[in-house]
Design a protein around this ligand. Sequence first.
Ligand code: OSB
Ligand code: MG
Length: 370
Amino acid sequence: MKIRKIKVFHVAMELKDPFETSFGKTKLRHCLLINIQDSSGEEGWGEVVADDKPFYSYETVWTAIHVIRDYIAPSVKNLEIESARDFWDIDIVKRIRGHNMAKAGIEEALWDLESKLNSKPLWRYIGGVRDKISSGVSIGIQPSYEKLLKVVSFYLDQGYQRIKIKIKPGYDLEPVEVLRKEYPETPLTVDANSAYTIEHKDHLKKLDNYNLLMIEQPFHYDDIVDHSELAKYLETPICLDESIKDPVTAEGAIRIGAAEIINIKPGRVGGIYPSKKIHDIAEKHSVPVWIGGMLETGVGRGIQVALATLPNVRYPNDISASNRYYEEDIVEPPWTIDREGYMHTSNKPGIGVDVLIDKVVKYAVKMFEV
Ligand code: OSB
Ligand code: MG
């Protein structure tokens, strides 16, 4: 494929409900949608999941615009490549440290484009083995336990297969206790987004009493050593999110015993190829994975769904229906789940849904060609 045009849409979409984690509250979700066109006129889409604030990651939509416009795009435009895989062999891409969210937006668009040029759905093109994937739902910190119970029952009624709640010091054992009283058997996970330190080791040990599927990212993202200590101390498996930046950190975290489960977010690790590589490394070490989310639009969701069809994805994913996040999505059809909490893949080439350009433009704060 010969790359002809790269367009960037900085969009801001209002979430139906504000999403609160230990690092802050989001109501208006920013991201970049990347559109790449080849010389035949075919188009691919990708999503840069950076927010407008550097809290989950050091990347923001602004750093991503800088890295894409000033470093990546000049080398990708007019490039003639065999496969999206070749993106990782581009000199400048190899030399840029980090900025995986920026890289992911371009990389994903190339994969979407390539699978369309080959008339294959992306999930089959990358080696997926299932045509429907398990949907879980990630629930932000709630103002009261009554509200938490109400929100959880609302999602369980829709079929979601697993509940994940956000925790932080002062909001951890109690909400879990409240939920376990009402739902003794429901698959349940907690995500701390780095809110604890190894000093909280004995406090976190108490979570072993609640039959949780896993505890996600309790400590600082660079603190692999303490995660490994905690993993040995607790029965409940430790799952890493923020700490797993790329295949190299995945291999290291597994080998030191810090990651008993890995949450793979394509946006966080650089896109499809690094996600697949982490998936394969984990499989080699018998570490199960699942696909995490960053409140994606229908574009990023298409990438998540494709990856969730890979064989070593063994837990429900943070991939919920479009209507769990937004009043209206920017794709057609919107992503939905069935009564049993499965999201079905599409057999259309590429990510499997059409991007509605008028909706993208409606939510665009800024759009430009790079
Ligand atoms: O830590 O998994 C996280 C959303 C934004 C930032 C970080 C996280 C999340 C989620 C939401 O948990 C998952 C989703 O997209 O549904
Ligand atoms: Mg997380």
